[in-house]
Design a protein around this ligand. Structure first.
Ligand SMILES: Cc1cc2nc3c(=O)[nH]c(=O)nc-3n(C[C@H](O)[C@H](O)[C@H](O)COP(=O)(O)O)c2cc1C
Length: 257
Protein backbone atom coordinates (compact mmCIF):
# COMPACT_ATOMS: atom_id res chain seq x y z
CA UNK A 1 0.00 0.00 0.00
CA UNK A 2 1.26 3.51 -0.74
CA UNK A 3 2.00 5.99 2.00
CA UNK A 4 -1.21 7.89 2.67
CA UNK A 5 -3.50 9.10 5.43
CA UNK A 6 -7.16 8.14 5.68
CA UNK A 7 -9.49 10.83 7.00
CA UNK A 8 -13.13 10.09 7.76
CA UNK A 9 -15.73 12.78 8.44
CA UNK A 10 -19.16 11.67 9.58
CA UNK A 11 -22.47 12.75 11.02
CA UNK A 12 -24.38 9.99 12.74
CA UNK A 13 -26.95 11.29 15.22
CA UNK A 14 -28.35 7.85 16.15
CA UNK A 15 -25.45 5.62 15.13
CA UNK A 16 -26.63 4.01 11.87
CA UNK A 17 -24.35 6.02 9.57
CA UNK A 18 -21.35 5.43 11.83
CA UNK A 19 -22.06 1.70 11.79
CA UNK A 20 -22.00 1.70 7.96
CA UNK A 21 -18.80 3.78 8.02
CA UNK A 22 -17.16 1.35 10.48
CA UNK A 23 -18.04 -1.63 8.25
CA UNK A 24 -16.50 0.19 5.28
CA UNK A 25 -13.38 1.17 7.25
CA UNK A 26 -12.88 -2.36 8.62
CA UNK A 27 -11.18 -3.30 5.34
CA UNK A 28 -8.63 -0.47 5.56
CA UNK A 29 -5.73 -1.63 7.66
CA UNK A 30 -4.16 1.80 8.20
CA UNK A 31 -4.28 4.71 10.63
CA UNK A 32 -7.59 6.53 10.47
CA UNK A 33 -8.33 10.08 11.57
CA UNK A 34 -12.03 10.37 12.38
CA UNK A 35 -13.96 13.62 12.85
CA UNK A 36 -17.57 13.94 14.00
CA UNK A 37 -19.14 16.71 11.91
CA UNK A 38 -21.59 17.51 14.71
CA UNK A 39 -18.70 18.53 16.95
CA UNK A 40 -18.70 22.31 16.74
CA UNK A 41 -15.14 22.44 18.10
CA UNK A 42 -13.64 20.54 15.14
CA UNK A 43 -11.56 22.88 12.96
CA UNK A 44 -11.99 21.49 9.48
CA UNK A 45 -10.02 24.26 7.80
CA UNK A 46 -6.91 23.13 9.71
CA UNK A 47 -6.79 19.67 8.08
CA UNK A 48 -3.99 19.52 5.53
CA UNK A 49 -4.62 16.96 2.78
CA UNK A 50 -2.01 15.63 0.40
CA UNK A 51 -2.81 14.36 -3.06
CA UNK A 52 -2.19 10.73 -2.01
CA UNK A 53 -4.61 10.85 0.96
CA UNK A 54 -8.09 9.36 1.08
CA UNK A 55 -11.09 11.14 2.55
CA UNK A 56 -14.32 9.31 3.41
CA UNK A 57 -17.42 11.37 4.15
CA UNK A 58 -20.47 9.63 5.62
CA UNK A 59 -23.82 11.34 6.22
CA UNK A 60 -27.43 10.24 6.67
CA UNK A 61 -29.92 11.11 3.94
CA UNK A 62 -32.44 13.61 5.29
CA UNK A 63 -35.29 14.44 2.94
CA UNK A 64 -33.22 12.89 0.14
CA UNK A 65 -30.51 15.49 0.76
CA UNK A 66 -27.38 16.10 2.82
CA UNK A 67 -28.34 17.49 6.28
CA UNK A 68 -27.87 21.16 5.45
CA UNK A 69 -25.64 22.26 8.34
CA UNK A 70 -22.96 19.93 6.93
CA UNK A 71 -22.56 21.78 3.62
CA UNK A 72 -20.75 24.88 4.98
CA UNK A 73 -18.65 22.63 7.22
CA UNK A 74 -17.27 20.35 4.51
CA UNK A 75 -16.92 23.32 2.17
CA UNK A 76 -14.15 24.50 4.51
CA UNK A 77 -12.02 21.46 3.64
CA UNK A 78 -9.25 21.88 1.12
CA UNK A 79 -8.89 18.54 -0.65
CA UNK A 80 -5.74 19.40 -2.62
CA UNK A 81 -6.65 16.73 -5.17
CA UNK A 82 -7.00 13.89 -2.61
CA UNK A 83 -9.31 10.98 -3.43
CA UNK A 84 -12.74 10.82 -1.76
CA UNK A 85 -15.34 8.13 -1.11
CA UNK A 86 -18.86 9.35 -0.38
CA UNK A 87 -21.26 7.40 1.83
CA UNK A 88 -24.88 7.95 2.70
CA UNK A 89 -27.08 5.89 5.02
CA UNK A 90 -30.82 5.99 4.33
CA UNK A 91 -33.86 4.64 6.14
CA UNK A 92 -35.35 2.39 3.46
CA UNK A 93 -37.17 5.10 1.50
CA UNK A 94 -34.69 6.64 -0.97
CA UNK A 95 -31.49 8.72 -0.99
CA UNK A 96 -32.58 10.85 -3.98
CA UNK A 97 -30.02 13.68 -4.42
CA UNK A 98 -27.90 13.04 -1.31
CA UNK A 99 -24.86 11.60 -3.05
CA UNK A 100 -25.01 14.12 -5.88
CA UNK A 101 -25.14 17.02 -3.40
CA UNK A 102 -22.23 15.52 -1.47
CA UNK A 103 -20.31 14.98 -4.71
CA UNK A 104 -20.82 18.59 -5.86
CA UNK A 105 -19.77 19.98 -2.48
CA UNK A 106 -16.68 17.78 -2.21
CA UNK A 107 -15.65 18.38 -5.83
CA UNK A 108 -15.81 22.13 -5.18
CA UNK A 109 -13.55 21.55 -2.16
CA UNK A 110 -10.96 20.03 -4.53
CA UNK A 111 -11.43 16.30 -3.92
CA UNK A 112 -11.51 13.65 -6.64
CA UNK A 113 -14.69 11.76 -5.74
CA UNK A 114 -14.04 8.38 -7.33
CA UNK A 115 -16.52 6.18 -5.45
CA UNK A 116 -19.80 6.41 -3.56
CA UNK A 117 -22.33 4.20 -1.86
CA UNK A 118 -25.78 4.41 -0.31
CA UNK A 119 -26.60 1.85 2.37
CA UNK A 120 -29.91 1.02 4.00
CA UNK A 121 -30.11 1.46 7.78
CA UNK A 122 -32.89 1.48 10.33
CA UNK A 123 -34.98 4.63 9.92
CA UNK A 124 -34.04 6.77 12.91
CA UNK A 125 -37.49 8.37 13.22
CA UNK A 126 -39.66 5.40 12.15
CA UNK A 127 -37.57 2.42 13.33
CA UNK A 128 -39.98 -0.17 11.94
CA UNK A 129 -38.59 0.72 8.50
CA UNK A 130 -35.14 -0.60 7.62
CA UNK A 131 -35.19 -2.60 10.85
CA UNK A 132 -32.39 -5.19 10.97
CA UNK A 133 -30.34 -3.43 8.27
CA UNK A 134 -27.54 -3.73 7.54
CA UNK A 135 -28.03 -7.52 7.52
CA UNK A 136 -25.33 -10.07 6.69
CA UNK A 137 -25.87 -9.62 2.92
CA UNK A 138 -25.52 -5.84 3.26
CA UNK A 139 -22.35 -6.22 5.32
CA UNK A 140 -20.75 -8.52 2.70
CA UNK A 141 -21.65 -6.06 -0.09
CA UNK A 142 -20.18 -3.10 1.81
CA UNK A 143 -16.96 -4.99 2.61
CA UNK A 144 -16.55 -6.12 -0.99
CA UNK A 145 -17.03 -2.55 -2.22
CA UNK A 146 -14.59 -1.27 0.40
CA UNK A 147 -11.91 -3.73 -0.75
CA UNK A 148 -12.41 -2.59 -4.33
CA UNK A 149 -11.99 1.07 -3.30
CA UNK A 150 -8.90 0.21 -1.23
CA UNK A 151 -7.25 -1.83 -3.99
CA UNK A 152 -8.00 0.60 -6.79
CA UNK A 153 -7.99 4.14 -5.38
CA UNK A 154 -4.47 4.93 -6.55
CA UNK A 155 -5.18 4.28 -10.22
CA UNK A 156 -8.70 5.80 -10.22
CA UNK A 157 -8.27 9.29 -11.65
CA UNK A 158 -11.81 9.87 -12.94
CA UNK A 159 -14.80 11.07 -10.98
CA UNK A 160 -17.78 8.81 -10.41
CA UNK A 161 -21.16 9.30 -12.13
CA UNK A 162 -24.01 9.47 -9.64
CA UNK A 163 -27.81 9.49 -9.76
CA UNK A 164 -29.69 12.61 -8.70
CA UNK A 165 -31.00 15.90 -10.02
CA UNK A 166 -29.99 19.53 -9.88
CA UNK A 167 -31.77 21.67 -8.73
CA UNK A 168 -31.96 19.27 -5.82
CA UNK A 169 -35.14 17.95 -4.29
CA UNK A 170 -36.68 20.56 -1.96
CA UNK A 171 -35.38 20.05 1.57
CA UNK A 172 -38.38 19.38 3.80
CA UNK A 173 -38.02 19.36 7.55
CA UNK A 174 -40.26 17.00 9.50
CA UNK A 175 -42.64 18.13 12.24
CA UNK A 176 -41.31 15.64 14.80
CA UNK A 177 -39.36 17.46 17.51
CA UNK A 178 -38.10 15.78 20.71
CA UNK A 179 -38.96 16.99 24.18
CA UNK A 180 -37.60 16.23 27.66
CA UNK A 181 -39.73 14.43 30.26
CA UNK A 182 -39.66 14.78 34.07
CA UNK A 183 -36.68 12.45 34.46
CA UNK A 184 -34.40 15.06 32.85
CA UNK A 185 -31.77 16.09 35.44
CA UNK A 186 -30.65 19.08 33.38
CA UNK A 187 -27.14 17.78 32.74
CA UNK A 188 -27.09 19.82 29.51
CA UNK A 189 -25.52 17.14 27.30
CA UNK A 190 -28.39 17.42 24.80
CA UNK A 191 -27.73 21.14 24.29
CA UNK A 192 -24.01 20.51 24.00
CA UNK A 193 -24.43 17.75 21.41
CA UNK A 194 -27.16 19.41 19.32
CA UNK A 195 -25.46 20.07 15.95
CA UNK A 196 -27.63 23.09 15.17
CA UNK A 197 -27.86 24.61 18.68
CA UNK A 198 -31.63 24.19 18.82
CA UNK A 199 -31.70 23.50 22.58
CA UNK A 200 -31.30 26.45 24.93
CA UNK A 201 -28.69 25.44 27.59
CA UNK A 202 -30.54 27.58 30.16
CA UNK A 203 -33.98 26.10 29.35
CA UNK A 204 -33.39 22.51 28.30
CA UNK A 205 -37.07 21.69 27.86
CA UNK A 206 -37.28 24.35 25.14
CA UNK A 207 -36.38 23.20 21.62
CA UNK A 208 -36.31 25.83 18.91
CA UNK A 209 -38.61 24.20 16.36
CA UNK A 210 -37.24 26.28 13.50
CA UNK A 211 -33.65 25.30 14.19
CA UNK A 212 -34.26 21.62 15.12
CA UNK A 213 -33.56 19.24 12.22
CA UNK A 214 -35.17 16.23 13.99
CA UNK A 215 -31.89 14.30 13.80
CA UNK A 216 -32.57 12.79 17.26
CA UNK A 217 -28.97 13.07 18.42
CA UNK A 218 -30.30 14.55 21.69
CA UNK A 219 -32.56 11.49 22.16
CA UNK A 220 -29.76 9.04 21.39
CA UNK A 221 -27.16 10.74 23.60
CA UNK A 222 -29.32 11.46 26.68
CA UNK A 223 -27.83 9.35 29.53
CA UNK A 224 -31.28 9.15 31.24
CA UNK A 225 -33.38 8.44 28.11
CA UNK A 226 -35.34 11.53 29.08
CA UNK A 227 -35.96 12.89 25.59
CA UNK A 228 -38.70 11.54 23.33
CA UNK A 229 -40.76 12.20 20.27
CA UNK A 230 -44.55 12.15 20.39
CA UNK A 231 -45.76 8.53 19.98
CA UNK A 232 -49.01 9.51 18.24
CA UNK A 233 -47.29 11.73 15.70
CA UNK A 234 -44.81 8.90 15.08
CA UNK A 235 -47.57 6.34 14.53
CA UNK A 236 -49.30 8.67 12.07
CA UNK A 237 -46.02 9.20 10.20
CA UNK A 238 -45.43 5.43 10.00
CA UNK A 239 -48.86 4.86 8.49
CA UNK A 240 -48.38 7.72 6.01
CA UNK A 241 -44.96 6.40 4.90
CA UNK A 242 -45.88 2.72 4.59
CA UNK A 243 -46.14 2.77 0.81
CA UNK A 244 -42.76 4.48 0.39
CA UNK A 245 -40.81 2.67 3.12
CA UNK A 246 -42.56 -0.68 3.52
CA UNK A 247 -40.80 -2.83 0.93
CA UNK A 248 -37.12 -3.75 1.04
CA UNK A 249 -34.72 -1.32 -0.67
CA UNK A 250 -31.27 -2.29 -1.87
CA UNK A 251 -27.89 -0.65 -1.33
CA UNK A 252 -26.26 1.17 -4.24
CA UNK A 253 -22.57 1.22 -5.13
CA UNK A 254 -20.79 3.45 -7.64
CA UNK A 255 -17.18 3.59 -8.78
CA UNK A 256 -15.51 5.62 -11.53
CA UNK A 257 -14.62 4.04 -14.90
C1 LIG B 1 -35.10 14.39 9.39
C2 LIG B 1 -34.91 13.04 8.76
C3 LIG B 1 -35.16 12.87 7.41
C4 LIG B 1 -34.97 11.62 6.82
N1 LIG B 1 -35.20 11.48 5.48
C5 LIG B 1 -34.99 10.28 4.90
C6 LIG B 1 -35.19 10.12 3.49
O1 LIG B 1 -35.48 11.05 2.76
N2 LIG B 1 -35.03 8.88 2.95
C7 LIG B 1 -34.69 7.79 3.73
O2 LIG B 1 -34.62 6.68 3.19
N3 LIG B 1 -34.45 7.92 5.06
C8 LIG B 1 -34.58 9.14 5.65
N4 LIG B 1 -34.32 9.30 6.99
C9 LIG B 1 -33.75 8.16 7.75
C10 LIG B 1 -32.24 8.30 7.90
O3 LIG B 1 -31.61 8.58 6.68
C11 LIG B 1 -31.62 7.02 8.47
O4 LIG B 1 -32.35 6.55 9.54
C12 LIG B 1 -30.16 7.21 8.88
O5 LIG B 1 -29.64 5.97 9.24
C13 LIG B 1 -30.03 8.11 10.06
O6 LIG B 1 -28.67 8.23 10.40
P1 LIG B 1 -28.11 7.83 11.84
O7 LIG B 1 -28.57 6.39 12.07
O8 LIG B 1 -26.64 7.94 11.70
O9 LIG B 1 -28.71 8.76 12.82
C14 LIG B 1 -34.52 10.52 7.60
C15 LIG B 1 -34.27 10.71 8.98
C16 LIG B 1 -34.45 11.95 9.54
C17 LIG B 1 -34.13 12.12 10.99
Amino acid sequence: MPNFKLYAFYFSPTGGTKNILDIFLSKWNCDKILTDLSDNNANLEDVIFKKDDVCVVAVPSFSGRVPQFIIPKISKLNGAGAKAVLITAFGNRAFDDTLLELFNTMTKADFICFAAMAAVTRHSVMPKYGNGRPDSDDISQIKEFSEKCRNEFVQRVNTVALPGNFPYRKYQSIPIKPKADKSCNKCGLCAKRCPVKAIDPQRLNKTDKNKCISCLQCVAKCPRQARHINKFVLKAAEIKMKKLCGDRKENAFFIAE
